[in-house]
Design a protein around this ligand. Structure first.
Ligand code: C2E
Ligand code: CA
Ligand code: CA
Ligand code: CA
Length: 277
């Protein structure tokens, strides 16, 4: 009996450890955060490089823990992707966005807000089915909700293309996020329906410097012009960068030079300060 007893108690301990681990897993913590509404949305202004007016924003998720500290989104988003938790996050963001959008549109009815979609959001119509009734209920035009997709999201290109075509047919502009950082940048432009390129910060960083990548940005810009795509340069931090981009016909910029991501109330103030003409 002794070996069986030892084996059984070993099994019990193993099971208990697993249970405790499970209770404190990142997935459980994120689920609890959603329940406790610790996640909120900030809006980083997107401005017209020619006139400086605020044309819209990118909605970015934030997580403030009970002790007041912020968890970086690149950490919890990556973990959420691993844990199959990205869809609840996307849904939560969309729900919050529509609650706050009315106040933005009251100041600037032409505003665009873009949201980030991850791979699972791009292979199903779920987000579209979620958006449609909200657009109706809040009287928002579909072209005002733009969808950002990174190349990481194009796991199953065929299925992704079908879903992105549905998004576009419904009137949502498609942005390719972090353009130039993936391996498939060029082929994805050929295969996917795209409206806007977001030039990745790593290229913007090196504009007008001697770094090797500074030679890439002019080609990305030229190619986007050739394809008739609008551009948003991300991570614009200096006036030199903004000036270079403007001179080369990049229409929009986003970055700390203009503003960091702002809570809804501050974003409203920003819209008032830099109104659309
Ligand atoms: P991203 O989509 O490339 O978002 C832009 C990130 O660059 C944001 O970081 C923004 O705060 C930061 N940024 C903007 N301008 C500047 C600048 O001038 N200088 C510097 N150094 N950084 C700048 P954030 O908010 O930490 O987000 C990180 C990433 O997390 C995002 O990268 C996006 O991939 C992901 N993410 C955030 N919210 C969501 C979401 O709701 N859903 C999904 N799927 N991903 C999200
Ligand atoms: Ca983005
Ligand atoms: Ca980027
Ligand atoms: Ca980006």
């Amino acid at each position: 009996w002794l070996p069986i007893g030892i084996a059984c108690s070993g099994l019990m301990v193993w099971w208990l450890v697993r249970l405790l681990r499970e209770l404190d897993s990142p997935k459980r913590r994120l689920q609890a955060a959603l329940r406790k509404r610790q996640l909120f949305v900030e809006y980083q202004p997107i401005v017209a490089l020619s006139g400086g007016e605020c044309v819209g924003a990118e909605a970015l998720l934030r997580w403030r823990q009970s002790d007041g500290s912020l968890v970086r989104p690149d950490l919890f988003i990556a973990q959420a992707e691993e844990d199959g938790m990205i869809q609840p996050l996307t849904d939560y963001l969309i729900e919050r966005l529509f609650i706050e959008l009315g106040a933005f549109l009251a100041i600037n009815p032409g505003l665009h807000v873009s949201i980030n979609l991850a791979a699972p959001d791009l292979t199903q119509r779920r987000v579209l089915d979620l958006l449609m009734p909200l657009l109706q209920r809040y009287a928002v035009r579909p072209e005002q909700i733009c969808l950002e997709a990174t190349e990481r999201g194009f796991l199953d290109t065929r299925q992704t293309r079908l879903v992105m075509e549905d998004f576009r047919r419904a009137g949502h502009p498609i942005y390719i996020d972090d353009f130039g950082t993936g391996y498939s940048s060029l082929s994805c432009l050929q295969e996917l329906p795209v409206d806007v390129l977001k030039i990745d910060k790593s290229f913007v960083d090196t504009l007008a410097t001697s770094a090797a990548t500074s030679k890439v940005a002019p080609h990305i810009i030229e190619m986007a012009h050739g394809l008739g795509l609008a551009m948003v340069a991300e991570g614009v931090e200096t006036t030199v960068q903004a000036e270079y981009l403007r001179e080369h016909g990049v229409q929009y910029g986003q970055g700390w030079l203009f503003a960091r991501s702002l809570p809804a109330g501050e974003f409203i103030r920003y819209c008032r300060q830099y109104p659309l003409r």
